[in-house]
Ligand binder design. Structure first.
Ligand code: NAD
Length: 265
């Protein structure tokens, strides 16, 4: 595997599981020094760090709730102090609504605020904290992990869709504000990817096994994606191979969004 990130510091939020873990390990494999952010999920974050070390990589655990500006600023300062380098931020942490049905006439204000705070405010706060360094060094790459739900509506996912749509437009807005600083801001919109979040979502369907088959068929490639397939695109967008790409929202969805709503036979 190429070593495109030797000597580079990378921060991945929500890296204790799923897509975030795969991204953290991918960057480590390519020789980056990786900050493994997590909130509460200590065991998961330790596992990610073990995987990084097993790859011969360097990493550090960085507990912080991305909703808390002070904690986020301290986390970023700690990373820079240790690695002496910060080049890539991946805003990956995210949640769905869990305590009330995610439809506007039913959702509680608390649930709405929680989803918006983790998914959208967290993305803004962490970006703000790294921009302090990126603007000074006049380089950097920010990659937001949004969702196909940031591009399309989906029944009973009001707060999630709104927060992910916000990430898409925040990406484009930030690309405009920071291009003159040589800072690129891009966004990945994953389709259905086999992680804990996806399994929880499936378990809420009437027929989880049937739903899995249906979701697979919704992708033109007729399957659920793997976290590593998001990680490889993330590494590409952060690399010099993508040096002329900024402000994009790239679906990585097996073709799900290519065909609008696909007839499922
Ligand atoms: P996941 O639940 O495994 O990962 C989410 C991570 O965010 C967890 O590790 C969690 O601990 C962390 N997190 C939650 N609240 C946090 C907070 N306040 N501060 C810091 N970290 C926090 O699920 P995943 O599928 O790996 O999701 C990763 C990202 O990908 C999310 O933003 C999600 O919306 C997005 N996504 C996932 C899918 C999918 O099908 N799995 C599809 C589209 C988009």
């Amino acid at each position: 595997m190429e070593k495109r990130f030797s000597g580079k510091g990378v921060l991945v939020t929500g890296a204790g599981s799923g897509i975030g873990r795969a991204i953290a390990v991918r960057f480590a494999r390519e020789d980056a020094m990786v900050g493994v952010n997590y909130h509460q999920n200590t065991e998961g974050a330790k596992k990610t760090l073990e995987m990084i070390v097993a790859e011969g990589g360097e990493g550090m655990l960085l507990p912080a709730d991305v909703r808390q500006s002070r904690a986020v600023e301290d986390m970023v300062d700690t990373l820079v102090e240790k690695f002496r380098s910060l080049d890539v931020l991946v805003n990956n942490s995210g949640i769905g609504s869990s305590t009330s049905p995610d439809r506007v006439h039913e959702i509680s204000e608390e649930d709405w605020d929680r989803v918006m705070a983790v998914n959208l405010k967290g993305c803004m706060l962490t970006s703000k904290a790294v921009l302090k360094y990126f603007m000074k060094q006049r380089s950097g790459s920010i990659i937001n992990i949004s969702s196909i739900r940031g591009l399309l509506g989906n029944p009973v996912l009001a707060s999630y869709c709104a927060s992910k749509g916000g990430e898409v437009t925040l990406t484009k807005e930030m690309a405009l504000d920071y291009a003159s600083y040589n800072i690129r801001v891009n966004c990945i919109c994953p389709g259905f990817i086999d992680t804990e979040m996806f399994r929880v979502y499936l378990s809420k369907q009437e027929d989880p096994r049937g739903a899995r088959d249906t979701f697979s068929k919704m992708a033109l490639l007729d399957r659920i994606g793997r976290p590593e397939e998001i990680a490889s695109v993330c590494a590409f967008l952060a690399s010099d191979a993508a040096s002329f790409i900024t402000g994009v929202a790239l679906p990585v969805d097996g073709g799900y969004t290519a065909n609008g709503v696909r007839e499922i036979q």
